[in-house]
Design a protein around this ligand. Structure first.
Ligand code: NAP
Length: 306
């Protein structure tokens, strides 16, 4: 099958891009390997997406994005992409058992939670070590848990977990959180959250499940769950050796979301952006789709008519 625009990823950026591309009259395929919604769908409450002053869960907001995008009938293809030939004309996208072509590609593959990289983390993943408080929090009802990190994710995770857990430690390597001020105030005001400042996790311990964490200060915290929230790693494996990336592996784009390869655009958390929010991902998607539409009109349709 051939599409004028292929979008890789159905998170906030990809879904937004699909709306703008479909409304520009282009044929659109969105490739998604798991389920639409991306990282935002795992966020407990979002209270900085304009138009939703009463907070909305990430899951509900992403359902709305999905339903809105589907109204314009893009092709949603639940397949994992193995490789992309960016030099081919048209560009070639290979999944496990199929091949697709596209005039332009929008990379909206997002980012995944970063690992701490400490002893016990991988062994106890899914047995007390989690990267998603909304997904796994309920397994720790009435128990003591630790959230690691000092950003918005860590603060929001801690605030979500206090509703379920007996006590929530927030372990941070500095003496203050870097999360938004309103979140910081709520964390510090909450008696069930105990900050542990200037400490890094050196080991996660436990036989078959998490029994505690050892800190580089020598302290040991007895917890049944560890929620790692120390930032994100870009999902760039399909483009790593092709597109220009920054030092952190994020795709470099210009203001039109154009990458180093003509006709290939990137938007949302996978690109080098100063702010990774739902609103910026959605905005990036709109810009990328409008640039892709321009590219198809100026480069592809023109060639065909010549
Ligand atoms: P982040 O803002 O990059 O924060 C990561 C935190 O983890 C930082 O406090 C960092 O410490 C700490 N950290 C990093 N590596 C570490 C390590 N190896 N050991 C211990 N601590 C480590 O990541 P995030 O909170 O996941 O947020 C990612 C992006 O999504 C951000 O742009 C954020 O604003 C956005 N986001 C927004 C919302 C919202 O607005 N509702 C919610 C969630 C996420 P330092 O402070 O020392 O660097």
């Amino acid at each position: 099958m051939h599409y004028q625009v292929a979008i890789i990823g159905a998170g906030a950026a990809g879904l937004s891009a699909s709306i703008y591309a479909r409304r520009a009259g282009l044929s659109v395929a969105i490739f998604e390997k798991i389920m639409p919604g991306g990282q935002a769908a795992t966020t407990p409450d979002i209270d900085n997406y304009i138009g939703f002053p009463d907070e909305i869960s990430g899951m509900e907001l992403m359902e709305r994005f999905y339903n809105h995008a589907m109204k314009f009938e893009p092709e949603l293809i639940y397949e994992e992409i193995c490789s992309i030939d960016f030099d081919a004309v048209p560009k070639k996208i290979c999944t496990d058992n199929k091949e697709y072509t596209a005039d332009s590609i929008i990379i909206a593959s997002g980012a995944t939670p970063r690992e701490l990289g400490v002893e016990g983390e991988r062994r106890l993943r899914g047995r007390g070590v989690s990267y998603c408080a909304t997904c796994d929090g309920m397994f720790f009802k009435g128990k003591n848990v630790a959230v690691i990190g000092g950003g918005n994710t860590a603060a929001e995770d801690a605030l979500y977990l206090v509703n379920l857990c007996e006590k929530v430690y927030i372990v941070h390597r500095r003496d203050e959180l870097r999360a938004d001020k309103s979140l910081v105030a709520r964390v510090l005001d909450c008696v069930k959250i105990q900050p542990v400042w200037n400490a890094k996790v050196s080991e996660i311990v436990g036989q078959d499940s998490v029994e505690g964490i050892v800190l580089d200060t020598g302290e040991k915290l007895d917890v049944s769950g560890v929620f790692v929230a120390v930032g994100v790693t870009p999902s760039n494996c399909l483009v790593r050796n092709v597109l220009e990336l920054d030092g952190g592996g994020f795709i470099i784009t210009d203001e039109k979301m154009q990458t180093s390869v003509p006709g290939v655009f990137a938007c949302g958390d996978v690109r080098n952006t100063p702010l990774r929010q739902v609103i910026t991902a959605a905005s990036d998607g709109a810009v990328a789709a409008s640039a892709a539409s321009e590219y198809v009109r100026d480069n592809v349709e023109k060639q065909v008519s010549e």
